[in-house]
Design a protein around this ligand. Structure first.
Ligand code: HXC
Length: 173
């Protein structure tokens, strides 16, 4: 649709390959940043680098982490690994973009990918359910706080995608 796309993730080679694929498929401009969104300084540095080229119009919060685990067997690190991405990482990215939009007096759009269990909860994916519920609450909160500033927030819960990666983790034999 003519957008310039910026993607981020933790692994350089995966990002570079994905950027190449999208660019070849669409003829569009796709750049990438290695960034672990659990690190607020890394998010700030990435946003500074993006804004140096021009402001974002749309932020898509798609990054997530999840695994099946009995809640009573979750370690603090396991809980934090998922919450750090799904809850804190989503907030770091959104606040970093929002601060820049507000400072420039311009609008923006945030689209956060959540899950249908954000409002029902779900067994065996406790940190993911907690994180997605938080991302939904963030969307509703900031829609009110930032709406008058021309910043629109939406969340969509597309439901499960039966890809090999998702199904091997979420529907094991
Ligand atoms: C129990 C686990 C675990 C598992 C990791 N941990 N996997 N505990 N069961 N299957 C624990 C580890 O033991 C460790 O705790 C802690 O989590 C951190 O593990 P690391 O491997 O060091 O973490 P990290 O490299 O940061 O990666 C963690 C992750 C990983 C992000 C959760 O699984 C990952 O990269 N997944 C790929 C991305 C992903 O999951 N995408 C799916 C998103 S789908 P200890 O105590 O041992 O140190 C989604 C929506 C689902 O979110 C909607 C479905 C309908």
């Amino acid at each position: 649709l003519g957008a310039e796309l910026v993607i981020c993730g933790r692994r350089e080679e995966v990002l570079a390959e994905t950027a190449r694929e999208h660019s070849a498929e669409t003829g569009g401009t796709v750049s990438h940043f290695r960034c672990d969104i659990r690190d607020p300084q890394a998010v700030e540095d990435m946003m500074d680098a993006i804004w140096a080229e021009g402001p974002l119009d749309i932020l898509v919060n798609n990054a997530a982490g999840n695994f099946l685990c009995k809640a009573e067997e979750l370690s603090p690190n396991g809980l934090n690994a998922v919450l750090g991405i799904v809850l804190q990482g989503t907030a770091y990215c959104t606040l970093a973009a929002g601060r820049r939009w507000i400072a420039a007096g311009r609008g923006g759009n945030v689209l956060s990918i959540v899950t249908t269990y954000a409002w029902t909860g779900s067994a065996y994916v406790l940190p993911s359910a907690m994180g997605k519920a938080g991302a939904l609450a963030m969307t509703q909160s900031l829609a009110v706080e930032w709406g008058p500033k021309g910043i629109r927030l939406n969340a969509i819960a597309p439901g499960p995608f039966p890809t090999e990666g998702a199904w091997s983790r979420l529907v094991p034999n």
